[in-house]
Design a protein around this ligand. Structure first.
Ligand code: 7TS
Length: 421
């Protein structure tokens, strides 16, 4: 996979030009004020903003296309069904899955992981078995595995990381033994920005006969995702972090695995036939989409994927790399600031601490300047414990952010220093 660093190196001789004004015009919220100042939105790892095309798709769906899917013989329902299934095919192509039915619509990345934990995990894990996770997992890719371990008697093994926030691959390789049943691994860390060498780590797991679940919540907004190249067994996507609506996500699973897995939730739509004596289930993905799904959300996510598809990705990646480098250098130049997460391969996250000032105070003062950053442990408490810090302030970028917004962030942090003497 091409990383931001590689793109940047390749482009070093010809500075890329991205029409940022045009791109920003696609995102109406970016023109708004916050606390009377122009909004500087740097919390994209929490959720990204939505382009007008996604907003219009949602509006149009409810205005002119709304019907329940897979049930109606009438035109409106058939149209909605087609649009929903077309969205599935768009996501399939976006991640280069082999078949549309390898894409299951879920509520979020969190639900995608819970689905795998409760369906695959509960049916494959037994007392004494082991699940490998990394120390930098979001709680979403940790707690579901803890719950399954509690229920089955399996246990977690943890890949450690360096002070810079890179996984220690020799330790990872040493964790495998005959009890290892699954690896659950984050693609891009939300609190550190580290891009993990997922392809290589999948290869190691497969050499040991172990499948891999990748938490791609922070991967898809920044990197081209090719699940067949990664050869991962499961990949979780979060719609709202990739410029789509909230309440929708997708789980990729290899067809053979999904077909063999038991249902996660019971209800309508996921069955083949229901009798009191015995119920049989539909094939994947319907087997995992019990009840009325978030139809508008899925179609909106399809529109987000269309939007992403039309972007000049080589320029986008070079721009994101430039933003991250510029932010890192500018923040590091402020006395008392320390960057947290300095891996060699990073996506658009600049986490930092400031001597003598709690992260929440940084967030509050930046907010007065119209700057939205996230402060806290970012649902990665083990990362904070490993690094011996309670919290960080985190600026996370999307392709629509600008160097001027980084300048505003830096000015805001200088103000924080002033206030706290
Ligand atoms: N995995 C990672 C790596 C994440 O960063 C997040 C959310 C999730 C899973 C859960 O995604 P969801 O769509 O199910 O909520 N991360 C963040 C964050 O960094 N700040 O707020 C949410």
């Amino acid at each position: 996979m091409t990383t931001l660093h590689q793109v940047s190196r390749a482009k070093a001789s010809a500075p890329p030009v991205l029409d940022l004004r045009r791109i920003r015009a696609d995102f109406p919220i970016l023109g708004h004020l916050s606390n009377g100042k122009p909004l500087v939105y740097l919390d994209n790892a929490a959720t990204s903003q939505k382009p007008q095309s996604v907003i219009d798709t949602l509006t149009r769906y409810y205005q002119a296309e709304n019907a329940n899917i897979h049930r109606g013989v009438y035109e409106l329902s058939q149209h909605a069904t087609l649009a929903y299934e077309r969205a599935r095919a768009k996501i399939q192509r976006f991640i280069n899955a082999a078949e549309p039915h390898e894409v299951v619509f879920v509520r979020s990345a969190t639900e995608a992981i819970n689905l795998v934990a409760h369906s695959y995990g509960r049916s494959h894990l037994h007392a004494g078995d082991e699940v490998i996770v990394s120390v930098m997992e979001h709680h979403s890719n940790l707690v579901p595995w803890q719950l399954v371990c509690e229920a089955t008697g399996a246990r977690l093994r943890v890949i450690p990381m360096t002070d810079a926030g890179e996984l220690v691959l020799e330790e990872y390789e040493r964790l495998f033994n005959e009890k290892t049943k699954l690896v659950a691994l984050v693609h891009v860390s939300n609190s550190l920005g580290t891009i993990n060498p997922v392809k290589q780590m999948v290869e190691t797991a497969h050499t040991n006969g172990v499948p891999v679940m990748v938490d791609g919540a922070q991967g898809a907004p920044h990197l081209p995702i090719d699940v067949r190249d990664l050869d991962c067994d499961f990949y979780a996507l979060s719609g709202h972090k990739m410029f789509g609506p909230t309440g929708i996500g997708a789980l990729y699973g290899k067809a053979a695995l999904l077909d063999a897995m038991p249902p996660y939730q019971g209800g309508g739509e996921m069955i083949r036939s229901v009798r009191f004596e015995k119920t049989t289930y539909a094939q994947a993905p319907a087997k995992f989409e019990a009840g009325t799904p978030h139809i508008a959300g899925a179609i909106g996510l399809g529109a987000a994927v269309d939007y992403l598809h039309n972007l000049p990705w080589d320029l986008i990646q070079a721009h994101e790399y430039d933003l991250l480098t510029y932010a890192t250098e500018s923040l590091a130049a402020i006395p008392g600031v320390r960057l947290v997460g300095t891996a060699r391969e990073k996506a658009s996250v600049a986490s930092f601490v400031l001597d003598g000032v709690h992260a929440h105070d940084i967030g509050t003062i930046l907010d007065q300047e119209g700057i939205a950053v996230r402060t806290g442990h970012h649902c990665t408490q083990p990362v904070m414990e490993r690094l011996g810090i309670p919290a960080t302030a985190r600026a996370s970028f999307a392709f629509y952010n600008t160097r001027e917004e980084v300048d505003a962030l830096v000015a805001g942090v200088l103000k924080v220093r002033e206030v706290f003497g």
